[in-house]
Design a protein around this ligand. Structure first.
Ligand code: CA2
Length: 142
């Protein structure tokens, strides 16, 4: 059975509290519960984690190599400037799929660029929380 790590970065613990027009009405706990069920429905398992701290995300990416077959990563605003997260992704030999709830390419200019996209297996943006499910399916299809 494939094991998938779902990592959400800074401020994603605030989902459902503000900006529902951009990020939807669901809170992170309910999104994570749905993803765990979705993985099970598809014959896999998902472990979900969130942190506002870059170092936690680095450690989880490094450790995932031995435990998981793929990572679904919404790195939040770290996406746009964290070379450390980019290097961590490049250092592991499991696929990392970059997910964004909003369409980062249609928002402020600083969100258009992802420093992790060149080392990610793929990027899904703008499809809401459905993007996490599509990323899980992409890993399961590998
Ligand atoms: O669209 C996405 O998923 C983002 O990764 C979300 C990040 C943002 O910095 C990225 O550019 C795109 C923001 C996380 C959530 O921020 C909130 C702000 C207010 C209320 C709830 C969440």
């Amino acid at each position: 059975m494939k094991r998938i790590l779902v990592v959400n970065g800074p401020n994603l613990n605030r989902l459902g509290k503000r900006e529902p027009g951009i990020y939807g009405k669901n809170d992170l706990t309910s999104i994570e519960e749905r993803l765990i069920a979705f993985a099970e429905e598809n014959g896999a398992s998902a472990v979900c984690r969130q942190s506002n701290h870059e170092g936690d995300i680095l450690d989880w990416i490094h450790e995932a190599e031995d435990e998981f077959q793929g990572i679904v990563l919404n790195a939040g605003a770290f996406t746009h400037y964290s070379y450390a997260i980019r290097d961590a992704i490049a250092s592991v030999n499991i696929p990392v799929i970059e997910v964004h709830i909003s369409n980062i390419h249609a928002r402020e200019e600083f969100r258009h660029h992802s420093v992790i996209a060149p080392v990610a297996a793929g990027q899904i943006a703008g499809l809401g929380v459905k993007g996490y499910e599509l990323a899980i399916l992409a890993i399961l299809g590998e």
